[in-house]
Structures are given as structure tokens and as C-alpha cells.
Write a protein that binds this ligand. Structure first.
Ligand code: G16
Ligand code: MG
Length: 213
């Protein structure tokens, strides 16, 4: 029996992927590294430093030290944070907001399970922070998705065993993480096609129909 839901942030509740793309693209252009939407797709749900490594697969310049890589990641984050400043509550659909409210009214515990270190900042910008009982994000984990750590922490914060939790994800790495953590996995968007997902959602509000099943 499902008692809690754990939501991925980017790609499920908000669409910050366009900002991630823009920020990485600016950095890649400066480095002279080829980067496009297809490569960007591989960055979904992946941590900042792991994302940088994926982009650097096409880098042909001199070897970069860890410090130089950290500088590049910091630079990307500065550009990304500036883009996030433009977000408002209108960046969350009514469907998402209403569904979260109804799930809570039904008695479900709700948490965020995001790889992002900017999760709290984003939730504040779109005024969604109060919709959740717990937030597990890039700041409280050591291993990024597909490792289940971020979701296991979210379940722990909710005080629920993993098997009583349903994870809602748009990325394959996130679906894999949920399954490895012993949770029920619902795919939306790109991850709705995942063969590893237990449920595939065409719309966000469909959650209300499948969660009690
Ligand atoms: C998000 C994005 C990833 C991003 C990661 C880390 O994860 O999908 O593309 O690389 O967070 O973000 P930051 O650089 O802000 O720490 P999620 O798990 O919310 O989909
Ligand atoms: Mg995501």
C-alpha cells in the first residue's frame, strides 16, 4: 500500500531543463566543445559534476585538473542560477498544483527527490515548498541517480519504508534508482516509455487514479 509519493523536480514538476541546456551550452561554446540537445538529454537527473564529465567526452584540449573542472561547474551554475531568477509561480501548472493538493488531502505524504543542489531555491521561486513534507536533494546525497540514495533519504525523511513509496520520474536514471531502492516507479514524459517503470503516466493528474490501486 502506497503511503507516500516522492517527486523528481526537473522534468516532473517544473521544466528547468531548458535552463540547464542554455547554461551548459554557453560553457561548452566557450570551451569549444560540441554540445547539442541529444547530448543534453543524457544529463537528465545526473549530478552537476557527472554532467560535466559527459560534456567533456568531446573535449580535445589539454587535460583539466579537478579544480579546473570544479571551476567550470561553478561557472555553469552561476549562469543557471541567473536563468532561474526569472521563474515565477506561473512556471508550475494548475494541474500539478491541484494534484499535489488533492494527494495531500487524501492523506499521502509528499517529498521531493531531486539530484539538484538548487532544488530549494527553485521550489521557493515557484512557491511550491509548502506542498511537501520533506525535501531530499543534491545537498544531502553522496551518490547521484541511478543510485537510490536520494529516494531512500526521502523515504526516511517521510518516516516510511521504501515499499510504501511511489517515485514519479521523467528520467531513466531516476526510474532505475527507484527500482533499486525497492520503490514503486511511475514514469512521466520521456520515462513513460521506460520498460523499467511500473506505471506510465500520460498526464500528471493520472496519479490520483493509480495511487490507490
Ligand atoms: C536535475 C537535472 C539534471 C541536473 C541535476 C543537478 O535533476 O535533471 O540535469 O544536472 O539536477 O542540478 P544542479 O546543478 O542544480 O545541482 P532532477 O533530479 O531534479 O531531475
Ligand atoms: Mg528529472
Amino acid at each position: 500500500k502506497i503511503k507516500g509519493l516522492i517527486f523528481d523536480l526537473d522534468g516532473v514538476l517544473v521544466f528547468t531543463d531548458k535552463f540547464h541546456y542554455q547554461a551548459w551550452k554557453t560553457m561548452a561554446d566557450e570551451l569549444g566543445v560540441y554540445f547539442d540537445e541529444t547530448i543534453n538529454h543524457r544529463l537528465r537527473g545526473v549530478s552537476r559534476m557527472d554532467s560535466l564529465e559527459i560534456i567533456l567526452e568531446r573535449y580535445e584540449g589539454p587535460d583539466l585538473s579537478l579544480r579546473e573542472k570544479e571551476k567550470l561547474a561553478e561557472k555553469k551554475n552561476e549562469i543557471y542560477r541567473t536563468l532561474l531568477e526569472s521563474m515565477t509561480p506561473d512556471d508550475v501548472t494548475k494541474e500539478v498544483r491541484d494534484t499535489l493538493t488533492k494527494l495531500r488531502e487524501k492523506g499521502y505524504k509528499l517529498a521531493i527527490g531531486s539530484s539538484s543542489k538548487n532544488a530549494k531555491f527553485i521550489l521557493e521561486k515557484v512557491e511550491l515548498k509548502d506542498a511537501f513534507d520533506a525535501i531530499s536533494d543534491g545537498n544531502n546525497i553522496t551518490k547521484s541517480k541511478p543510485d537510490p540514495e536520494v529516494f531512500l533519504k526521502a523515504a526516511e525523511y517521510l518516516g516510511l519504508p521504501p515499499k510504501a513509496c511511489m517515485v514519479v520520474e521523467d528520467a531513466e536514471a531516476g526510474i532505475k534508482a527507484a527500482k533499486k531502492g525497492g520503490m514503486y516507479a511511475a514514469g512521466i514524459g520521456e520515462a513513460a516509455k521506460s520498460i523499467n517503470a511500473d506505471e506510465s503516466l500520460k498526464t500528471f493528474s493520472e496519479l490520483l487514479d493509480i495511487v490507490d490501486k
